[in-house]
Design a protein around this ligand. Structure first.
Ligand SMILES: Nc1ncnc2c1ncn2[C@@H]1O[C@H](COP(=O)(O)OP(=O)(O)OP(=O)(O)O)[C@@H](O)[C@H]1O
Ligand SMILES: [Mg+2]
Length: 390
């Protein structure tokens, strides 16, 4: 409300008819300005009262949600209006829960292809008190497709690193094979009995190097093989619980104490159980290797506005800062018998899930691996959504 109107309202009992008319005109003009602004924003906006009835919605929200301007719209809680069933259920849960409101994406079929809408609920505050809620609806289809293009480019870039890694790895065995072949050629020119004896040794070395090369190629194929991930909705907590159970014996034997703190409530994300278990197994195994004298492994999951966060923390040796940026690189290992492909695989699997991974570490204190899984875009019933934004 403008200061002028506020002041005029304070003097209301003293205003004459003409002044009241002027005041009313100002209020109407201000109202029209606000309404025009709200109609012009490139997104849907719904304002709800404290009992979740629609007080206001702009044209975009009308199109996105299929709301009508009938009287009925303002008489029932929003989830009882004829909006999409899944959206209605999500709104009912979010608006009636005492937990922080969580944004969610929904996919709708429109005439110009599938569109992804992001629903962002916010508390409506007035003088510091919650008076209702706002729902902001944004068409994020273009942003999502840009992100997935970027992910593809990222994965191509990591393929280049991988190829460079392989080239580096095969150089040594190839060089060694070359030298031993030269030695054999020399021995063949003058085949004395001692020359023939060293030839047998040269052949053994060549054999060993060939099997090393074979190992590198097998690992490489494993790392670059396109992942036939099949993402379905599933509970992330269940996967973490299963994994900890599966590793129970091994962890206990290593003197590692496990703490599992899983988020209450819905922890459904899009996941491929087989691949995800493999990824977490690699992470937990790294922690296990970092705690040769035992320690504590903590697996936590948290619901956040942007997604479901999983944190695996250990009290192991930690990673020096100069090595931290290398750990996802193919073939990077500090272990005598490590392939250095464990975290490369983890990274690939995480990206396939549309998730992000972050590692923080302190030498002598421990390491924390954080993975943020996006909330799923649900595919509800068809809605007569034309896919246009104002
Ligand atoms: N939790 C951890 N604590 C300390 N160092 C770690 C941890 N996780 C990873 N690292 C470091 O990152 C390196 C790379 O890890 P990565 O899992 O890719 O390969 P690796 O464990 O060496 O071999 P493998 O292919 O058998 O998994 C490790 O060698 C180790 O130095
Ligand atoms: Mg590893």
């Amino acid at each position: 409300m403008s200061r002028f109107i506020k002041k005029a309202l304070e003097k209301l009992p003293r205003l004459d008819k003409g002044q009241l008319g002027e005041l009313l005109k100002d209020i109407v003009a201000e109202h029209q300005l606000y309404e025009a602004s709200l109609q012009s924003i490139p997104g849907g906006l719904v304002v709800l009262s404290s009992d979740n009835k629609v007080l206001f919605h702009n044209k975009a929200a009308e199109r996105f949600l299929g709301l009508s301007t009938s009287v009925e719209t303002s008489e029932k809680p929003i989830w009882n209006l004829p909006v999409d069933r899944e959206v209605a259920e999500y709104l009912r849960q979010t608006l009636t829960s005492t937990e922080p409101m969580v944004a969610r994406e929904f996919t709708f079929d429109a005439s110009n292809g599938p569109r992804i809408l992001n629903f962002l609920p916010l508390p409506l505050l007035e003088d510091g008190h919650v008076q209702g809620a706002l729902i902001f609806i944004q068409d994020v289809t273009e942003r999502k497709s840009r992100e997935s293009r970027l992910r593809r480019a990222e994965s191509l870039a990591s393929l280049t690193t991988l190829a460079a890694g392989v080239a580096h790895e095969i150089k040594n065995p190839l060089g060694s094979i070359g030298i031993h072949i030269q030695l054999i050629q020399r021995a063949l020119k003058n085949p004395t009995s001692s020359a023939l004896a060293t030839m047998a040794k040269d052949l053994d070395v060549i054999n060993e190097e060939i099997s090393r090369l074979n190992g590198i190629v097998v690992d490489f194929l494993f790392a670059v093989r396109p992942m036939d991930t099949n993402l379905v909705l599933g509970s992330l907590g269940k996967i973490l619980k299963d994994l900890v159970e599966f590793m129970d014996e091994e962890l206990a034997q290593a003197g590692v104490h496990v703490k599992l703190a899983l988020a209450d409530g819905d922890d459904t994300v899009l996941l491929d159980e087989r691949f995800l278990k493999q990824a977490f197994l690699n992470i937990v195994k790294n922690s296990l290797h970092a705690m040769p004298d035992g320690g504590t492994l903590t697996v936590t999951s948290k619901r956040t506005v942007s997604g479901l966060e999983v944190i695996v923390t250990d009290t192991g040796s930690g990673i020096p800062p100069e090595l931290l940026e290398k750990i996802f690189e193919p073939y990077f290992t500090t272990k005598d018998f490590g392939s250095g492909l464990g975290l490369t695989m983890v990274y690939k699997i995480v990206k396939e899930h549309g998730a992000d991974i972050r590692v923080t570490s302190k030498v002598g204190v421990g390491t924390a691996v954080t993975i943020l899984f996006p909330w799923p875009a649900r595919t509800p019933q068809l809605l007569d959504f034309k896919g246009e934004v104002p």
